[in-house]
Design a protein around this ligand. Sequence first.
Ligand code: FE
Length: 354
Amino acid sequence: MIFRQLFDPTSSTYTYLLGDGGEAILIDPVYEQVPRDLALLQELGLKLKTTLDTHVHADHVTGAWRLQQRCGSQIALAEVAGASGLDRPLRHGDRIDFGGRYLTVRATPGHTNGCLSYVLDDQSMAFTGDSLLIRGCGRTDFQQGSPQQLFASVHEQLLTLPGECLLYPAHDYRGITVTSVAEERRYNPRLGGDVDVGDFTGHMNNLNLPHPKQMAVAVPANLRCGQPEGDAVLPETPDWAPLTLRFSGVWEIEPMALLEHMAGLQILDVREAPEFIDRLGHLPGARLVPLSQLTGSLDQLDRERPVVAVCRSGVRSAQACVLLSKAGFGKVANLAGGMLRWKIEGLPVATDSA
Ligand code: FE
């Protein structure tokens, strides 16, 4: 069996690729990482059969729909999650085949009401989503979460697996990649050792965590299995630079990639004039057109040459990208993280006036 653990640094999400007999499944794919996953599937000679989400995520958008569009893979998720656009509503006890191997579905609600864990046929590994994290667990304060339910799920469905069974979570924020049932039984500070349901509930009800930054976008998007709203046609991947498609529909370029592809591009800085020469400076060769004046200045730009929009943090420039695309510009990208990241990465900056 082929097994790969993949990481999305933006949301600290692990995506898992399992392959056998030329067939693959992906667990918890991330929207922006779909090109990476497609390239890996192709290089390993695997056909993607099914994508599985462990739950409706609040911190990133699933790659399920995007992969379905590219590979014809089936989208599978808990039936009780109530998502639209899924091909295979899953229930406790279902079996997901790939090649000669399979995963068994275990309902492990509590972090959300639709959390599922996936256990490999020989119980040598299990994918626990946010139900059980390494020395931790997912929060229980939204999406119909319940500490009592999570406590029961973990104790009845996960910690009862063989001690040597390896557990792979949906996230880790410290860079640890895997744990085992024996380890978590003993060392999980929330759910292991002698902790009882009362201790656990008291702890979970007093975490007072802020909501995830992406929640307002991610939850509704994931309830559509990661399909953008409105016209849902996937754009062709541009070939003029290495770009990442954000769920918002905007293509992004990383600072280093921009530096390497700068020749031949138009750099469009959409900040206000005083910002262009403040301490952040601007990209060498950038043209200043504040966002408020962009609509009236479109004929100053070359429609044939790619345009990269820049602002302080990447928010205004994302809006500029939408505007340019609507105006018929075909090759448009946003500088990821704006001048703030450009500067942090130590890339060249000019300070001359416009
Ligand atoms: Fe989660």
